[in-house]
Design a protein. Structure first.
Lengths: 137, 136
């Protein structure tokens, strides 16, 4: 920590990166650009800095996308669970409803249906006969 | 005490048997209709109760779904915040690494006298890094 603080203080007061442009016949073999020590150091570090930042950016973007994908996946899972629950609920309620209606139907249906059949036929004959007598008089 | 003369009643019934038959049949039909109506009403109540249970169940499921989605969204936001903080922290670390590296290169240039006696070392570095050609 102390070393880093020292480093920062050192870099803060270091000579800033500088450059100058040299023309022909100035003490240089050709016209061009001259960098001071700080300038060339920063230039030499630049590719590594870009690599590190690129790696970090890629990692960050991938992590963000993974988090978004995780949310999307969770939402789908929640929706699926809800739909399964809804389906189970509807099926259960329909089963209960069917059972209740079946019980009502069974309560209505007579157990001795042959007696009812015979009684119905006899009542029909009787009513027909009575109607015949009634209308013929 | 009311005394019923059953003979008179029987005579009256024989005399008006058609009307009595019609009334009995009418009452039978009405009774049957009423019974069927009660059965239909029971079936309707059963369906209504089932639908009511379904509505209540669906409301519960929907509320639970919303709560779980809200929780998932909250987790997502927290995860994003954490990622953002780590990202900023690592950016700061990269800045420190870069600054350290700059100072290191400057120190090497000074120590190795790469601007005066060992120019080739610095030239090699520049050539390796950028592919520029060194012209002494």
């Amino acid at each position: 920590m102390f070393l880093k603080a020292l480093l920062f203080s050192f870099t803060a007061y270091a000579t800033p990166p500088q450059f100058t442009i040299l023309g022909e016949d100035e003490p240089a073999p050709f016209e061009g650009v001259l960098f001071n020590k700080r300038g060339i150091a920063e230039l030499l570090v630049l590719p590594e800095e870009y690599r590190l930042e690129c790696d970090l950016e890629v990692e960050y973007r991938i992590d963000v996308q993974a988090t978004e994908f995780q949310l999307e996946r969770q939402n789908f899972q929640i929706r699926l669970d809800a739909l399964v629950q809804e389906y189970d609920l509807r099926v259960d309620q329909k089963d209960i409803e069917i059972t209740a209606l079946q019980e009502a139907l069974l309560a209505q249906a007579p157990n001795n249906k042959w007696w009812w059949f015979v009684g119905g036929v006899a009542a029909g004959i009787g009513v027909t006969y009575v109607a015949y007598r009634g209308f013929s008089e | 005490m009311l005394k019923i003369d059953w003979l008179k009643v029987l005579g009256l019934a024989k005399k008006n048997w058609k009307e009595i038959t019609i009334i009995v049949l009418l009452l039978t039909v009405i009774g049957k209709m009423h019974y069927d109506y009660r059965q239909l009403e029971t079936a309707y109540e059963t369906s209504q109760e089932s639908l009511q249970n379904q509505i209540e169940g669906l409301q519960d499921i929907h509320a639970e779904e919303l709560q779980r989605k809200e929780q998932a969204l909250q987790n997502y936001r927290e995860a994003l915040d954490l990622l953002e903080r780590e990202y900023e922290k690592e950016r700061g670390e990269i800045k420190i690494v870069v600054d350290e590296r700059i100072v290191e290169i400057e120190t090497i240039i000074d120590n190795r006298k790469q601007f005066t006696e060992n120019k080739q070392e610095l030239a090699d570095k520049i050539e390796d890094e950028f592919g520029f050609q060194y012209v002494p």
